[in-house]
Design a protein. Structure first.
Ligand code: 13P
Length: 249
């Protein structure tokens, strides 16, 4: 089955009104005909970025969402609010949220559920730490993280969920997983889903994230189970990000 590639830029907590504006201007020059391109600014810039991209095919993602629908949750942002800014995807379960903000598998699953109820597509990030990889727990960890979501929303919901495999040891370290390492895990995740639904497993897009650069992206994109990339640092540079989009096809 041919799955469309997604190249998503996670800008994390970077930028200013000015740098965001020039980054978007640079991105508007790119050819988006071969893959789906997504950018994920911080909350204060969602409106600005969404407006600037409204006439383009580039989609907007949010970096986080509340696990609650509305109410007295100071500092939180709801899924329905995000919808008002033409957000299509929302990152959930990013390792920075799991480790720095102690988000549990069950908490992440509850965000996924709320997003799906609002018609938004979660980008579910999963991945092992270096210690877990060294202890040969990579698949156990990834499966546990996916299973928590399956337990709450069911396997069919994965028709509307994108998975991003982001090994923690590769994030922001300059040490990308090799194309073969990524393929091995992506394929295992797909097989894990296939035990519950072959149809869903064939459809679900699994992105790789962790120190993706233009120079390493082609090899990753050649792998049959790598359906795109979730790019951090390199997505802050328009030229570099555009080169990754080009490599995707
Ligand atoms: P880097 O590309 O900076 O390693 O970040 C990856 C990431 O965390 C994307 O969500």
């Amino acid at each position: 089955m041919i799955r469309q590639k997604i190249v998503a830029g996670n800008w994390k907590m970077n930028g200013s009104k000015e740098t965001v504006s020039s980054l978007v201007e640079g991105l508007l020059k790119m050819d988006t005909s071969n893959s789906e391109v997504v950018v994920s600014p911080s909350f204060p810039y969602l409106s600005q970025v969404s407006d600037a991209l409204s006439a383009s095919a580039i989609q907007v993602a949010a970096q986080n969402v509340s696990d609650q629908a509305k109410g007295a949750f100071t500092g939180e942002v709801s899924a329905s609010m995000l919808k008002e800014f033409a957000v299509k995807y929302v990152l959930v379960g990013h390792s920075e949220r799991r480790s720095l903000y102690a988000e549990s598998d069950a908490f992440i699953a509850s965000k996924v559920k709320l997003l799906l109820e609002e018609g938004l597509s979660p980008m579910l990030c999963i991945g092992e730490t270096l210690a877990e990889r060294e202890a040969e727990q990579t698949l156990v960890v990834c499966q546990r993280q996916v299973q928590a979501v399956i337990d709450l929303v069911g396997i069919e919901a994965f028709e509307n969920i994108v998975i991003a495999y982001e090994p923690v040891w590769a994030i922001g370290t300059g040490l990308s997983a090799s194309a073969e390492q990524a393929q091995e895990v992506h394929s295992a995740i797909r097989q894990f889903l296939a035990e519950l639904s072959q149809t869903v497993a064939e459809k679900v897009q699994i992105l790789y994230g962790g120190s993706v650069k233009a120079s390493t992206s082609s090899a990753l994109f050649e792998m049959p189970d790598v359906d795109g990339a979730l790019v951090g640092g390199a997505s802050l540079d328009a030229e570099e990000f555009i080169a990754i989009v080009k490599a995707a096809g």
